[in-house]
Design a protein around this ligand. Structure first.
Ligand code: NAP
Length: 304
């Protein structure tokens, strides 16, 4: 399979080898794509290099290696970071040939996404936004859920790479709409995390066997990915990564800004964002976002 794909597919670049990007780039290599990758902090590229990816010195070099028929995937933290790796002096645009396609898998602002796509289009560079859901496990297992915004021809071109990184890939509309769907996803997640955290705290205060409660609820209407995959951390009050609290707070700021523009009222999202601001202020920004349970536990007097 790998040998068959090599040489037949467009070269693939990858910019940003963090928790998500390193695992996603590794899956592109495993699927047989000829990958050239870059990460700001060079040490984080070691795993992908061992699998067979070439490591470039700059994002511009990643774009050069991809050429006009190639595709560059970006997965960095926030809106200014995407702008930096695309349009900085050694950014993707500086090395891109006309015809290159950029797939942005970061979670960033839908409005900025539209602007970035326009700026790239002025140079003949194509763009789709493809933010992901499914956590670090989904990135490792190539089972991500991906919301794709872009022109149909660009989305078709992006699809083989997306299918190597994810399982459920939905083209949701024009450029920017992938990010809007991701904002909806993060709003729903905020409520789910808070609900599960409150349930765990109530069960604990009631003296119940909390692990048994989780198992019992898993077959009923309260089941969710968060209950199944993150309640254990809340019970243990230990929050290894994961998905950083600071990144989810960033996502909620995007969602609340969109809601403000549209006149949507999101009280639960605003509450989650406030609790996350408190967590970041107390030094828990790098914890997994299941650390929302820390706040509920502390308010309930469970922890010192
Ligand atoms: P992460 O582990 O913190 O990694 C962030 C990556 O972005 C690192 O490679 C970092 O480089 C790079 N980066 C940040 N700012 C940069 C800049 N200005 N210039 C160049 N590179 C920069 O984050 P992550 O968990 O992989 O998340 C990446 C994106 O995926 C975020 O938008 C996040 O919201 C989204 N996401 C994450 C999850 C999850 O479960 N983790 C799930 C879905 C979506 P350095 O190594 O040099 O710091």
């Amino acid at each position: 399979m790998i040998a068959r794909r090599r040489g037949r597919v467009a070269p693939a670049g990858f910019v940003g080898l963090g928790t998500m990007g390193a695992a996603m780039a590794a899956n592109l290599v495993r699927a047989g794509f000829s990958v050239t990758a870059w990460n700001r902090t060079p040490g984080r590229a070691a795993g992908v290099r061992q699998l067979g990816a070439a490591i470039a010195a700059t994002p511009a070099d990643v774009a050069r290696a991809a050429g006009s028929s190639g595709i560059v995937v970006v997965c960095v933290s926030d809106t200014p970071d995407v702008e930096a790796v695309l349009f900085g002096p050694e950014g993707v645009a500086a090395g891109a040939a006309e015809g290159l396609l950029v797939i942005d898998c970061s979670t960033i602002s839908p409005a900025a996404t539209t602007t970035f796509a326009q700026r790239l289009a002025e140079r003949g560079i194509r763009f789709v936004d493809a933010p992901v859901s499914g956590g670090s496990e989904g990135a490792r297992n190539a089972s991500l859920t991906i919301f794709v915004g872009g022109d149909p021809a660009d989305v078709t071109r992006a699809r083989p790479l997306l299918e190597a990184m994810g399982r459920t890939i939905t083209h949701v509309g024009p450029v920017g709409s992938g990010q809007a769907v991701k904002a909806v996803n993060q709003v729903i997640l905020a409520g789910t995390y808070l609900g599960v955290a409150e349930g765990i705290v109530l069960a604990t205060k009631a003296g119940l066997d909390v692990e048994q409660v989780v198992e019992a609820l898993g077959g009923g209407a309260a089941q969710s990915w968060v209950l199944a995959n993150r309640s254990g951390r809340m019970i243990a009050n230990d929050y290894p990564l994961g998905f950083k609290v600071a990144l989810h707070r960033k996502d909620l700021a995007i969602a609340l800004e969109l809601a403000r523009e549209l006149g949507a009222v999101l009280p639960v999202t605003a509450l989650a964002a406030q609790l996350e601001t408190g967590l970041v202020g107390r030094g828990h920004g790098e914890d997994d976002m299941s650390a929302l349970a820390r706040s509920i536990r502390e308010l309930s007097g469970l922890d010192g």
